[in-house]
Design a protein around this ligand. Structure first.
Ligand SMILES: *[C@@H]1O[C@H](CO)[C@@H](O)[C@H](O)[C@H]1NC(C)=O
Length: 350
């Protein structure tokens, strides 16, 4: 008799563990941001900010250029895989996919965009408000596909990845006169923080609860910025790296504030700056041979259409390069950073 009771108890405990596990599991990864996370939405719009041609994607499954600014996969793909979901997150505008794919992961990001609508205007890409409109459209389609109850469960249990900001500074503020005449750099940072706050709050109101916000990378060490840093012998531009740290600090403060203000919100600041900086300062520790220039072409300025499929300079093995083009990390760098972010900040959602 007692033996029977114990086995029933064990079964009950097992069931409880299974229930707890299935409740904690992330059913989908939903992505917002810029080229650091765009899976190819820009292929479907009129813009020069695209990469759906060789040599982009040459190390992607099937050697296919998808519109990812990489030789292979990008962070949302690796993070999705780490959660036991599919190894590739499709772009919402990509006609190759439909709602049966998007139900477990979808990307609304657009290369060249930022928190500031004036940034998306520069290259005519998808502004952040429009990424949200696409997300609302996705919510409707998902409800039609799996039913209202199940859809609401997916939308509230999903992990939302948010990554942008670099273009607001480098493509907009420091390149064009408009924002500079309106704001000092510190005022512009604070302006972006307000836009980030409004965006996260809107996602929350639409049902999102688990979110990961990634700040900006060591922008001063991007090969393109080194190329123009002639005075400093093509070293990293300290001014941009310091700005990145300052802005990330403000984002971190925003995250703490929003977690207090919005009940049930689990927002983490998935800080990639330090791991990225470690890779840049000690590349050989991670198996890299080149950090100053990208793999594509001369590696000093090429990206998007300038990354020429015919260029004889393009490197053979992108795994030896920290950067794939003059502005974007190689697949291997993205993989190292993603695994670090998963372990340090995201595994708690498992
Ligand atoms: C999605 O696409 C797959 C294969 O391309 C197809 O079999 C399926 O019917 C489509 N599903 C919906 C809901 O449109």
């Amino acid at each position: 008799m007692a033996y029977l009771h114990v086995s029933w108890l064990l079964i009950l405990v097992h069931i409880l563990i299974l229930v707890a596990k299935s409740k904690a599991k992330v059913p989908a990864i939903i992505v917002f941001g810029d080229s650091s996370v765009d899976a190819g939405n820009n292929n479907q719009i009129q813009t020069i900010a695209r990469s759906n041609f060789d040599p982009y994607g040459r190390d992607f499954p099937g050697g296919r250029p998808t519109g990812r600014f990489s030789n292979g996969r990008i962070p949302p793909d690796f993070i999705s895989e780490a959660f036991g979901l599919k190894p590739v997150i499709p772009a919402y505008l990509d006609p190759m996919y439909n709602i049966s794919d998007f139900a477990t992961g979808v990307c609304f990001a657009s290369a060249g965009t930022g928190y500031d609508d004036a940034t998306s205007d520069v290259l005519g890409v998808i502004p952040l408000w429009r990424e949200v409109e696409l997300y609302k459209d996705y919510q409707k389609t998902l409800k039609d596909y799996v039913g209202e109850g199940k859809a609401n469960e997916i939308l509230s249990e999903a992990l939302y990845l948010i990554s942008m900001g670099t273009n607001d500074f480098l493509e907009n503020y420091y390149t064009l006169p408009n924002r500079q005449s309106q704001f000092t750099i510190k005022q512009y940072e604070d302006f972006l923080i307000i836009l980030a706050r409004n965006f996260i709050q809107e996602l929350y109101e639409l049902g999102a609860r688990k979110m990961s916000l990634t700040g900006v990378p060591p922008m001063g060490c991007l090969p393109l910025e080194r190329t123009t840093n002639i005075m400093d012998n093509h070293g990293c531009v300290d001014r941009y790296n310091n700005l990145a740290m300052e802005f990330n600090g403000k984002l971190k403060g925003l995250v703490a504030m929003l977690n207090k203000e919005l009940p049930g919100l689990e927002l983490v600041f998935a800080d990639a700056f330090n791991i990225f900086m470690q890779i840049i300062t000690r590349p050989s520790t991670y198996g890299f041979e080149v950090v100053e220039v990208g793999c594509c072409g001369t590696g000093t300025f090429e990206m998007s259409y300038l990354c020429d499929p015919q260029s004889p300079c393009t490197c053979r093995d992108a795994n030896k390069y920290v950067f794939w083009d003059a502005f974007h990390p190689s697949e291997k760098t993205s993989q190292i950073i993603s695994h670090y972010l998963f372990k340090m900040f995201l595994a708690k959602f498992l």
